[in-house]
Design a protein around this ligand. Sequence first.
Ligand code: S3P
Length: 172
Amino acid sequence: QAKALFDRNILLIGFMGAGKSTVSACLGKMLAMETIEMDRFIEEKEGMKISQIFDVHGEEYFRNCESNTLIELRSKNHAVISCGGGVPLRPHNVELMKKNGYVIWLTAKPEAILERVKDSTERPLLNGHMNVSYISSLMESRREKYSAAADLIIDTTGKEIVEICEELLQKL
Ligand code: S3P
């Protein structure tokens, strides 16, 4: 079953702290596939951290970087791609993602998300909003967009990374 995946990208989407980066690293190892983190890709290209890009250029500029990155990544066909949490917000991005591979939505309870992101200084959208009610409402406002993009949904709450990867491979 895993063999069939080799000619398709796997794209991970979901809220900040849903586990996209750690799961993609683990999946990449298990499947011997290249892993690409969109945020890191953008940071390298721009020569700045994500938070600096937001400060210097603003969110809209960053969203354009995301869309451009998706276009660049069209040439990939054998990678695990961890998308930034906001990538599915633009319908055109969703189209590009769906064309580019299998889209997996990682979810988690807001309480679990808070636990994972609370010490992060690299998430400009959560600056000054590190609480469950803000996270819940931002998650809720994105739910439909994530859902529209997803081929498969995996809840990561309370699960180990390897467990999540195994569940994912079983369901693919
Ligand atoms: C964002 C998520 C972040 C990063 C940026 C915006 C979002 O990525 O791209 O801070 O809008 O949800 P992670 O989901 O990897 O934290």
